[in-house]
Design a protein around this ligand. Structure first.
Ligand code: CIR
Length: 253
């Protein structure tokens, strides 16, 4: 069964970084409840969920996707673009090492947020965003190109991370809400979705995706393509520019 790394939300969640959204009140208790619902969506399907040690001093620590990216047998430990988030890395490293996977890391002056990395087949799209710099992308390229991956840099200006704008369906179609995608033409197969919160999917298996409950028309369009769709309410995380992908990292099966 697939394994998943997660970290419970910090009580300071409401103080998380914001780049493109205005701050609105966040209900910390509701966030914990929603996080449990998210984790249960995996657990109830037999996924092995591993909790990384809490990082309660770090408001954005729940968004574990940004701290590590897994490429087959290699975990790349990221160096966060936001200084306030660099302290999240150490506990993530401990969790990843405990899961028995080889690690490499992005070193200063490179920065890379995992939210900027989208894998589609053997192609790795990397967002050049306000969080991920050219040095971080160059280091990632060096690590991956000898391992059979093709790295493609994608400019990201309209949203926080590449994956705030686009993700991929099980068949490799890249989906996004077009007003927030800098250049849809950079992806060989792109399909627009009708809602902003419909851009993010986590692939559960070849025919099932997990997505936000706040995009019903998008869910309907996925179902019309023959996909099974599982929805979770993650409103409190969306207020902080988070989405379904950010809350977990899938480790090798
Ligand atoms: C941040 O600005 O870093 C957090 N408030 C949100 C991070 C969301 N992560 C992601 O899109 N991968």
């Amino acid at each position: 069964m697939p394994r998943l790394l997660v970290r419970r939300p910090s009580p300071l969640l409401a103080e998380g970084e914001l780049t493109h959204l205005d701050r609105v009140p966040v209900d910390a208790d509701l966030a914990v409840e929603q996080w449990r619902g998210y984790v249960d969506a995996f657990r109830s399907r037999g996924w092995d969920v591993i909790e990384i040690e809490p990082a309660d001093a770090h408001p954005d620590g729940v968004f574990v996707e940004d701290a590590v990216v897994i490429f087959g047998d290699l975990a790349v430990l990221c160096r966060a673009g936001a200084e306030s988030r660099r302290g999240e890395a150490e506990t993530v490293r401990v969790g990843v090492v405990a899961s028995g996977i080889d690690t490499a890391e992005i070193a200063e002056p490179g920065t890379l947020d995992g939210g900027d990395v989208l894998k589609v087949g053997d192609t790795v799209y990397v967002g050049a965003s306000s969080r991920t710099n050219a040095e971080g992308i160059a280091q990632l390229r060096t690590l991956l190109e000898t391992r059979g991956w093709v790295v493609r840099e994608i400019p990201v200006g309209k949203v926080l991370h590449l994956k705030s704008g686009v993700t991929a369906l099980p068949d490799g179609t890249v989906i996004g809400f077009e007003p927030l995608v800098d250049d849809p033409g950079l992806f060989p197969r792109f399909a627009g979705v009708p809602e902003e919160h419909g851009t993010a999917v986590v692939v559960l298996d070849d025919s099932t995706v997990l997505m936000s409950a706040d995009a019903p028309e998008t869910a309907a369009s996925h179902r019309a393509r023959g996909l099974e769709v599982v929805t979770v309410d993650i409103s409190e995380f969306e207020k902080l520019e988070g989405c379904v992908t950010c809350l977990s990292v899938r480790v090798r099966d």
